[in-house]
Design a protein around this ligand. Structure first.
Ligand SMILES: NC(=O)c1ccc[n+]([C@@H]2O[C@H](COP(=O)([O-])OP(=O)(O)OC[C@H]3O[C@@H](n4cnc5c(N)ncnc54)[C@H](O)[C@@H]3O)[C@@H](O)[C@H]2O)c1
Length: 315
């Protein structure tokens, strides 16, 4: 059982709160750093300590160094690609300045903790790469969000080389599951589940043949914990390697929710990526990672969670 503090930035958010659950179950003493901008106080599991701070603020390095953490999971982020396009400076403030404040705090800390960072496998690779995409494919992001994630990986590499802080950059595919915000732009399983339970139409851009790699949040947490426990180094794709098109996803949600929702096709989004799936051979080999929740099982858990929470949470 680890005796030192484990920091989880973004621990009040969707993925972070599930990660904190898993760490507490393993006996970690967890401190969550979160400004509650998209995360929720009630999502921070009992047993974890919440420090409400904006990582981009100047006092962050001091707070971080005083925690003398033995392990750090860095999930706090501005995660909207659209917001990053509308306001690249805002994105950089949170996703770059926030990271640098955290790393400067760790550099000044008594320990040199391992850092597990949530990067992206969806927004980091260029067009025309092999599908499923391996980690050594050309990284050529086309959004400020993707640029910030790639830059973060380079900064982490710098801190490793020069200051001896080891890191793993986990390039996540399209994560879904209970607690995902159904009002965001990206959580299509959450959006579809929510609407299907209301028997409202599910809106699909274009023909709906565009594919994504949907990975269940429990499997993502498993990969993050494995990376920490194995003190893994470098970049790892985390997904399923399975391509699912939007039409199939929508039909799966409708069937599982026993919904009468119709699928409504609207104009295709110009420039939308047509195919995405991650090659997870490296995570399988190095981390022993193997996603265990298939799409039907994951959608079932997600729909059931929304069914239960919708009776208490306003939509
Ligand atoms: N959800 C996905 O499909 C997906 C895919 C790839 C990568 N990721 C990455 O995984 C991480 C977690 O994503 P999520 O889906 O759980 O998002 P989320 O929005 O639910 O969680 C992010 C958390 O960070 C907090 N936060 C934001 N800005 C902050 C700041 N300046 N200071 C302190 N806390 C701040 C938010 O309040 C929230 O609790 C992010 O780094 C995201 O980029 C997510």
């Amino acid at each position: 059982m680890p005796k030192s503090t484990t920091i989880v930035t973004g621990g009040a958010g969707f993925i972070g709160s599930h990660l904190v659950d898993a760490l507490l179950a393993k006996g970690h003493a967890v401190v969550v750093l979160d400004d509650l901008s998209t995360g929720k106080r009630e999502q921070v599991p009992t047993g974890a300590r919440l420090i409400e701070i904006d990582l981009a603020d100047a006092e962050t390095p001091k707070i971080v160094s005083e925690l003398s953490a033995g392990l750090v999971f860095h999930l706090a982020a501005q995660k909207s690609v659209r917001t990053s396009v509308d306001n690249p400076a805002l994105d950089a403030r949170i996703n770059i300045q926030g990271l640098l404040n955290l790393m400067e705090g760790l550099r000044a800390s008594a320990n040199k903790p391992q850092v597990v960072f949530t990067s992206t496998g969806g927004a980091i690779y260029g067009d025309g790469v092999a599908i499923p995409t391996p980690e050594d494919a050309l990284a050529k992001p086309i959004s400020p969000y993707g640029v910030a994630k790639l830059s973060s990986e380079h900064y982490l590499d710098y801190y490793q080389q020069i200051h001896g802080i080891q890191y793993a950059a986990m390039r996540l595919a399209n994560v879904y599951g209970p607690r995902q915000d159904p009002k965001g732009e990206a959580g299509v399983v959450a959006i579809f589940s929510n609407r299907a339970l209301d028997n409202k139409a599910l809106t699909i851009n274009g023909a709906g043949t565009q594919t994504r790699d949907y990975v269940f949040v429990g499997d993502v947490v498993d990969a993050l914990v494995r990376a920490a426990e194995k003190k893994a180094q470098g970049a790892f794709n985390v997904g399923t390697s399975i391509e699912t098109d939007v039409n199939t996803l929508a039909a799966t949600v409708v069937a599982i929710a026993k919904s009468s929702s119709q699928l409504e096709h609207i104009a295709a989004k110009p420039g939308e990526q047509q195919r995405s799936a991650l090659d997870i051979s490296k995570a399988k080999k190095v981390l022993g990672f193997s996603p265990s929740t298939d799409l039907a099982a994951g959608v079932r858990q997600t729909v059931e969670w929304f069914r239960e929470s919708l009776s208490t949470v306003s939509r």
